[in-house]
Write a protein that binds this ligand. Sequence first.
Ligand code: ZN
Ligand code: FE
Length: 257
Amino acid sequence: MEIFRLPALSDNYIFLLYDSVSQTTAVVDPAQPEPVLQQLTKLGASLTAILNTHHHADHVGGNRRLQQQFPQAVVYGGAEDNGRIPGQQVFLTEGDTVTFAQRIAQVYFVPGHTRAHIAYYFPPIEAGDWGELFCGDTLFAGGCGRLFEGTPQQMVHSLSKLRSLPDTTRIWCAHEYTLNNLKFALTVDADNIDLQQRWAQVQAARQRDEATVPSTLGLEKRTNPFLRWDQPALQAAANIADPARTFARIRGMKDQF
Ligand code: ZN
Ligand code: FE
């Protein structure tokens, strides 16, 4: 499975999955149709599936146009998003699977950013390979999504599920927010050496106009304050010795940042 990262809108990423043997393709969160159509033309492939993580316009904006062009493409999304995702045909819940060529994605229900948000996880084929996580706006490189429709408790529960995946999981999040996320992270986890190093690397990468997505779960666990609610440094910054309330206070600080 090849994964193409297609920039869209101001800071979105669309991901196109491609299996050359079976000529299978799937697009994750098509913000816009054009980048997807261009990449499909380059590959000489048609579209097999649309995998949506949640209903926001910057994730489903390309659904209708792509469906017009490729009527056979199946549109997947979370069951709770019924009525909010254009063209949705499959309504997924926790534990469901989605088959893509030889790979099978596991569906995680991860409410918080929205009440219906799901993530797609492809386990590695062999030990030592990468697993691939498409997490939309739930987990970002160095951050997490805003809580538009969920509570901090829900988001902690959702992020806990993602945090329990192998460290060798690539995090394909839907926005290039990393620089600003890490700038904030340093305000609540200043003594974290891994974070300081990552900040320097990301600054350099962005100066070269390079993408910082995908990240890896191992790196996120060491440097992302929104996966570190049980660390003493974060609880000190939040001034609370309670995981969910630490998360809530840090999320609130980021909202004001
Ligand atoms: Zn969103
Ligand atoms: Fe988004």
